[in-house]
Each structure stands twice: as C-alpha cells, then as structure tokens.
Design a protein around this ligand. Structure first.
Ligand code: COA
Length: 214
C-alpha cells in the first residue's frame, strides 16, 4: 500500500507522541513538522513556521495538529481553522494499539492514542485527543476540541463539553456531565456534573468556578 504524506504542526511533546503513532500504523510518510523554531523533533525535517503552510499545501494534502492542550484549547482551535482555510485535510488517526468498538464516531482531526479504548456507540467530536491509555466507555458524548488525557477514564454515558481537558488519571463516573472549557486536574474523581469554565480537583472533586475562563 502506498503511504500517504502528512506533516505535523508543532515540534513539542505531543508532536512526538503523534509521530510515534503515525510511524507505527505504517500508513503514513511523515514529511516533517512546522513550528516557530527547529526543535529537532525525532530527526525529522523542519519545514519552517506557520507562514510556510500556503506553500506546503501545493505538495502535501494531509496535516495533523501536534500541539497538546492543558489549560485551553485556543491554540488547537486556531490551528484547525487556519489549516482548513488553507485547504489541508485533517485525518482521524487511530493508533495501532487503540481499541475502537462498533458504532463509534470520530470527528475530523481526532487522535486515538496508543492503548486507548473507545467503547461502543461513543461519539467524539472534531480535533479531540483521546490520549495514551485513556478509556472512553460506551455511549459517551465528547464535544469538539476536548482532551481526554493519559490514563483517564470516562465511565459509560459521560458527556464532556467543548474544549474541556480531563487530566491524567482522572475518572468520571457514569452519566456525569462535564461542561465546556472545564479543566479536570490530574487524578480527580468526578462524581457530579461540572459547570462550564470551571476547574475541578481532588477526590471528591472540588469545583472552582471561572478559574481559567478566557
Ligand atoms: C489543574 C492544573 C492544570 C493546574 O495547574 P496550575 O495552573 O499550575 O495550578 P496550580 O498547580 O497552582 O494549582 C491550582 C489549584 O488547584 C489545585 N490542584 C491542582 N492540581 C491538582 C490535582 N491534580 N489534585 C488536587 N488539587 C490540585 C492546587 O492545589 C491549587 O489549589 P489552591 O489554589 O487552593 O492552592 C494541573 O495541576 C493539572 O492537573 N494538569 C494536568 C496535567 C495533565 O493531565 N497532563 C497530561 C499531559 S498529556
């Protein structure tokens, strides 16, 4: 099978993760990465900064955003809009060791990381990150630009709002609704619904409203 050519936007930690997954699938030839400076990412070719993208689109059809997300999805949203406007396609990337069960929908530009699990009938929006070892159980509803971080777990029928980050190792109990632009700190146990734009931490989760509202 002929490999498709793709480049990575960003040269930091998340880009490294994406690069590893792309290589393992054997389906992609990663042409290089863009960033404000050469970060030496995985000995790949540095393609220049964002300004180069209008040239790149003449040669490369596919792009993937390799910029991560902790406190805000602002950078990922901005990059998505820019890449779409220039004319790139943003494929769904499912890692080799990810498990994606039946009737799952994954939006444009979404990444399912190594050893992640997405249960049946879950729906995941555009530009989401289901990171390494994360569990998104059956019937979950994940909105656009959400990040389900490393080894976090969402039980069945959980909903996660737009731009929300579920931190490493956090767990969200069945049916809980986590609002838009929420930050769930690493290791938090979320038992009750969480309002928009709040930060929650601890076990049981303590809610701090508008902590990081943009
Ligand atoms: C929530 C988070 C973003 C806050 O980071 P920060 O802005 O540097 O904030 P601070 O460390 O000053 O913490 C803010 C408050 O939340 C509390 N807090 C932060 N993280 C916490 C955690 N995991 N558990 C319990 N409380 C936590 C702090 O005690 C502090 O409370 P205070 O204001 O009453 O003192 C960060 O702690 C976190 O959990 N990041 C997620 C990391 C992650 O999942 N990475 C995955 C990469 S793929």
């Amino acid at each position: 099978m002929k490999k498709k050519e793709i480049f990575i936007v960003g040269g930091g930690g998340h880009a490294k993760v994406i690069y590893g997954s792309l290589m393992r699938t054997g389906k992609w030839r990663v042409v290089g990465y863009t960033d404000v400076k050469d970060t030496g990412l995985a000995d790949m070719e540095y393609l220049g900064s964002d300004g180069r993208m209008s040239d790149l689109v003449k040669k490369i059809k596919y792009a993937v955003v390799g910029v991560g997300q902790i406190k805000s999805c602002g950078s990922r949203r901005r990059l998505y809009l820019m890449l779409k406007e220039i004319g790139f396609s943003l494929p769904v990337i499912i890692s080799e060791s990810a498990v994606v069960l039946q009737k799952v929908t994954l939006g444009e530009g979404t990444y399912a990381g190594e050893n992640s699990y997405i249960g049946s009938n879950a729906s995941i929006g555009i530009m989401c990150i289901v990171n390494t070892g994360a569990v998104v159980e059956h019937d979950c509803r994940i909105s656009d630009f959400a990040h389900i971080s490393i080894s976090s777990s969402l039980a069945g029928t959980v909903s996660v709002g737009n731009g929300t980050m579920i931190g490493m190792g956090a767990c969200v109990l069945n049916g809980v609704r986590v609002g838009n632009e929420v930050i769930v700190s690493a290791g938090t146990v979320v038992r009750k619904d969480v309002p928009d734009k709040s930060l929650v931490s601890g076990n049981p989760a303590r809610v701090q409203i508008n902590r990081y509202a943009e």
